[in-house]
Structures are given as C-alpha cells and as structure tokens.
Design a protein around this ligand. Structure first.
Ligand code: HEC
Ligand code: HEC
Length: 329
C-alpha cells in the first residue's frame, strides 16, 4: 500500500514538485519578505539629491569595473581599508555596487579619508597625484551640469525625500560636484579607524631627534605625505594645512608630539579627542596599521627637525616676537 505512489510516475513527479515548491517558499521567499533580512544601521544616512546624482555618474562611468565597494572580513583587508562591510550599510543601495574587480583600491571606506579638493584634483587627472595610475581622466564631468528634474524623478523612484530648494540648487552643480559628494558619503555609517591606538597626548617621541630617525622620517614623508601636504610640508591650499607653522588643526598654539601621533595614527577621527575643529570635512588619512608606529614617530622627528631648521633661518625680528610662546623642549 505504502509503495503504491512509486508505481505512478506522473502523480509522483507532481507531488515531488509541489513539495519542493512549498519548501522553497518557506525557506527562501518568506524570510526575504521579513524585516530582519533588510537591516539598516542606525548611523546610515539616506542619499541627498546631490549624492544620488553622483552615484548615477559612478554607475554610468563604470567605476565598478575597477573598484569594489565591500571590505571582506579578512585581516589583510580590514588592516588596509578599515572595518569590514556590514549588511546594514547597503540599505539604500539599489542596485548594489559591490563589484568584483579591484584594479584600483576598494572604495567602501573612501568617504572622509581625503579632502574634497584632493578628489577634484584626482578625478580631473589621476596621474597628477599618482604618476603610474591607469585610472582614466574624468575632467569632463566638471563641464557637465546636472538636470534637477532627472535627479528628482530618481529620488522619487527610490522613495527618498528631497526639499524643493535642495533640488533647485542642483542646477548650479556639475556631475563632478555630485561624484565628489557621493565619494564622501561612502562608508560614513561605520567607524573608519584602522587600529585601536589609545590616545596619549603626553607621549614623548621615543626617537627624539636622532639623525637616523630624521632620515627615515624624510623618506616616510616623501612616500606618504607630500601629495597633500606639499613637498616641503608647507601644505597645499584647500587640501591640507602647513605642518611647519605654529598652529595645529587651524588653531594656535601647536600641540605636543602625542597629539601629532594621535592625528597621524587615527586621521581626522582623532580631532574630537584633541579638542580642535580643524578643516570642516576633515580628510587627514588614518595611517595607523598602514605604516608602522615607529615610522609615525620618525616622520614626527623629521618634521620637528624641519621646524627647528626654519626657525633658525627666520629673520631676527620674528624670533623676538615668538620668544614668549616657544614650545617646551
Ligand atoms: C581602469 C581602472 C579604473 C577606473 C575605470 C576607475 N578607477 Fe579609480 N582608481 C584606479 C586605480 C588604479 C587607482 C589607484 C591609483 C590612483 O589613485 O589613481 C584608483 C584610485 C581611485 C580613488 C582613490 C582611492 C584611494 O583611496 O586611494 C578613487 C576615490 C577612485 N579611484 C574613484 C574612481 C571613480 C569614482 C571612478 C569612476 C568615475 C573610477 N575611480 C574609475 C583605477 C580605476
Ligand atoms: C589625503 C591627504 C593627506 C595625506 C596623504 C596626509 N595628510 Fe595630514 N592632513 C590632511 C588634512 C586634510 C589635514 C587637516 C585635517 C583636519 O582638519 O581634519 C591634515 C592634518 C595633519 C596634521 C595636523 C597639523 C596641522 O598643522 O594642522 C598633521 C601633523 C599631519 N596632517 C601629518 C601628516 C603626515 C605625517 C602625513 C604622512 C604620513 C600626512 N599628514 C598625510 C591631509 C592629508
């Protein structure tokens, strides 16, 4: 009796199909409709109209062919890019732009890593910053105006809100502005800090002014810092501040070595702990984990030596003026 079904191939096939379909609905379709499958980080902000327009440019230009937007939970990736990607970060991403090819670096943690001005310069001409880069030049984006009506309809289609003034303001913006705004949006929902370097503002540079450390620091500086702070360390207008003057993050006086270490290690994320406002969009890269701690101290040794050197060369009048606020040794 129990074996009767096995002798009716057609009924058997039909029943098997129904059983598989019910199984699929219960294990796949049903969970897909549940809210737990669509997590959203509390810190995640929806796209503004300008950022969404930038995302459209990113899709249209095929940036996804050379860049991924997902950090895998592997040590090598977390050390290089920052915290691994969370499902809840992609709530507004339709479609996803995870990508699968990394000709260039992953961009999931790109926002806040560099100042806007750096991106404008880099997008217009990547080779002006990275000589051997094979990234195409996108200078033409700075000529292309946005169409507010088109962006508005895309915002509506995704169910995102935009005030009429926000949309009207798009008429003054270019595709380049939009792409930079989108770039700075990437990864804003997670902490970007690379390593857990506890802040110790009173830390004294263990390498001091040893000639070996200064020579090492000069090389570290040339390899990592000149693109933003200039060949001499005197800064680049609107990109990064002068490192050799007597202010720090836009305020006087300069701060001790421990604060320098914290800022170079943790990037602009360290600003709050240092109690200084600095540049509005930040943009100082976190080098912790990217270069060894000893190299951070060495670059501080080098920059301090440059400051001392320039002070010596300054005219006597200046020296007298600054005497009262000289740094403690
Ligand atoms: C042919 C491959 C290629 C294409 C296409 C490409 N890139 Fe790149 N990109 C690179 C390479 C290689 C680098 C690393 C060298 C450099 O900084 O230029 C890079 C670097 C970058 C960086 C700096 C990342 C960092 O933290 O160092 C950003 C941001 C970026 N690309 C964004 C874009 C955007 C946006 C587009 C599309 C408009 C794009 N790229 C198209 C190859 C590409
Ligand atoms: C991508 C561009 C960029 C790179 C690369 C970069 N910086 Fe910066 N740096 C900045 C910006 C932008 C600020 C201002 C940060 C802020 O206000 O949030 C800054 C601030 C600083 C400050 C604070 C000093 C002051 O007077 O305000 C120090 C110190 C510093 N950087 C050192 C370094 C060193 C050392 C390197 C190389 C290891 C380096 N930076 C590489 C962009 C950069």
């Amino acid at each position: 009796m129990a074996g009767a079904i096995y002798r009716k191939p057609v009924s058997f096939a039909l029943m098997a199909t129904v059983a598989v379909l019910v199984g699929s609905v219960v294990t796949m379709a049903y969970p897909m409709l549940r809210p737990e499958m669509h997590p959203r980080l509390d810190s995640l902000k929806a796209f503004t109209a300008l950022q969404l327009a930038g995302r459209d440019v990113y899709q249209r230009e095929g940036c996804v062919n050379c860049h991924t937007q997902t950090v895998r939970p592997l040590r090598s990736e977390v050390v290089r890019y920052g915290d691994y990607s969370k499902a809840g970060e992609f709530y507004y991403d339709r479609p996803f732009l995870w990508g699968s090819k990394r000709t260039g670096p992953d961009l999931a943690r790109e926002g806040g890593k560099r100042p806007d001005a750096w991106h404008y310069k880099h997008y217009a001409n990547p080779q002006s910053i990275e000589k051997k880069s094979n990234m195409p030049k996108y200078a033409f984006l700075a000529e292309a105006r946005l169409d507010p009506a088109e962006v508005a309809s895309h915002m509506r289609a995704l169910g995102l809100a935009a005030a009429p003034e926000e949309l009207a303001a798009l008429a003054q913006k270019t595709e380049m502005d939009a792409l930079v705004a989108y770039t700075q949006w990437l990864g804003h929902a997670v902490q970007r800090k690379a390593g857990g370097g506890a802040l110790d503002l009173a830390a004294v540079n263990p390498l001091g002014d040893s000639p070996h450390a200064i020579a090492r620091g000069q090389k570290v500086f040339a390899d990592n810092c000149t693109a933003c702070h200039g060949d001499e360390g005197h800064g680049v207008p609107e990109v990064a501040p002068d490192l050799l003057d007597d202010s720090f993050l836009g305020e006087k006086p300069d701060m001790p070595d421990g604060a320098w270490f914290a800022l170079i290690h943790d990037g602009s994320d360290a600003k709050g702990a240092l109690g200084r406002k600095g540049m509005e969009n930040g943009g100082m890269t976190a080098f912790g984990g990217q270069i060894p701690d000893d190299d951070i101290w060495a670059v501080i040794s080098y920059l301090r030596a440059q400051m001392a050197h320039e002070k010596k060369e300054a005219p006597t009048m200046e020296k007298v003026e600054h005497k009262g606020q000289e740094r403690k040794p």
